[in-house]
Design a protein around this ligand. Sequence first.
Ligand code: AHG
Ligand code: MN
Ligand code: MN
Ligand code: MN
Length: 338
Amino acid sequence: MSQKISLSRYLVEQQRVHGHIPSELRLLLEVVARACKSISHAVNKGALGGVLGSADSENVQGEVQKKLDIIANEVLIEANEWGGHLAAMASEEMDSIYAVPNRYPQGEYLLLFDPLDGSSNIDVNVSIGTIFSVLKKPNDDPRKVEAVSEADFLQAGKQQVAAGYCVYGPQTTLVLTVGDGVAMFTLDREQGSFVLTQENVRIPEDTKEFAINMSNMRHWDAPVKRYIDECLQGKEGPRGKDFNMRWIASMVADVHRILTRGGVFMYPWDKREPDKPGKLRLMYEANPMSWLVEQAGGASTNGRQRILDIQPQKLHERVSVILGSKNEVERVTAYHQA
Ligand code: AHG
Ligand code: MN
Ligand code: MN
Ligand code: MN
């Protein structure tokens, strides 16, 4: 790339040249990116910034919150609430939706986020990230402005108008889709701006790499066990090739690897919590990642259906996730039907 293209310019071109996004959405994405930049600075300071360790609280999912879970959540809210683009926000770290306060202008978008993904990696200096998803507030009757409610958020992933994540690793990289493929932007710390470093991201259809928490093997369902068993048999088994395993335990970092060089990522349902469909959250983890993966030519299912088709019943709904290289995801999904 001879000339550097900033995120701002990319978004302006998406609006003006390609007609993909209205200016309100463009400005909203600029604000999300700014918030990610500021989370990235906090992450980088680590122990020097006093941001490591746990807080004395639990979130609605019963997880002990880390200080950085709370800091990232606050940064995203403070950055986004006054801009006039949003009606409300929802987050892993908040029990219910956060309506934009009356003192600020109301917009037509809904923003969902996992403010800090990979919490267990914060204190050990391993890649973590922020995941976000943008929906439009449904407006049945344009003559009256109705108060925003949780029901407005309960839209299938295929309704998303923008989705992305920012990974805080050796580099800070923002990955975005507005429905026109996937683009990656690297944070230039001297300039303080995100610069386009890859466009038209494509996930290879085949792979020899899988990502799953193997310690849960004894709890998995038969189709997932069968798939991994066959991978582990390598060249001598039915797959006729050796597989490699990578597992970072930050969904952002695992998905980033898959967008970069292919692979399959799974967090399947397991027997430990039979009543929960899975561990990962549908609306602010699985949906944005599934759209990115599909936009890059990959696939994403819960073993039985396309994740983007699932009609959510509640904000913090969980889901089983199988995503990445198309042929592998189709294979695992077929094993569920067998
Ligand atoms: P979060 O830190 O936002 O709660 O999400 C953690 C998720 C995800 O990033 C990762 O894939 C998975 O949890 C790892 O979980 P385990 O280490 O419990 O298997
Ligand atoms: Mn969490
Ligand atoms: Mn997460
Ligand atoms: Mn989180």
